[in-house]
Design a protein. Sequence first.
Length: 130
Amino acid sequence: SRVVTGAIRKIRKWEQMQLRYARGQTTDLTRVALAVDKDLMEYLVWRSYFIQRLIATEDRRPALYRALFRELGISRRSPDAAKKLREKIERCFSFSAYISLNVEMGVRDSIEVHQLTWCGTILLFGLFAV
């Protein structure tokens, strides 16, 4: 179907962006390439936004915030705890895998036919057959 094909195309694109991002982040040439590569720039903006929002969960979702520190092995009492958290997430987090998984779940949910739907369909076919 077109939805599945489009989702697969988008997921592949995100994986390519992740690989291009991971290849080299520090050279001046990379900065020039970013200015030209609109797809990679868009990907990095969304990745940065997501990480920023994730780190800003302290007030809204304190349990999640504590779990982040615990899972990443960072002491919250450290004076530069937020900086360490951001650096660790920047290094380890694959944004493309995260958004790909969410798209896959959304596509699966949209094409999966639930039992109630099957019952209704069979009932309608039964009524029309009579």
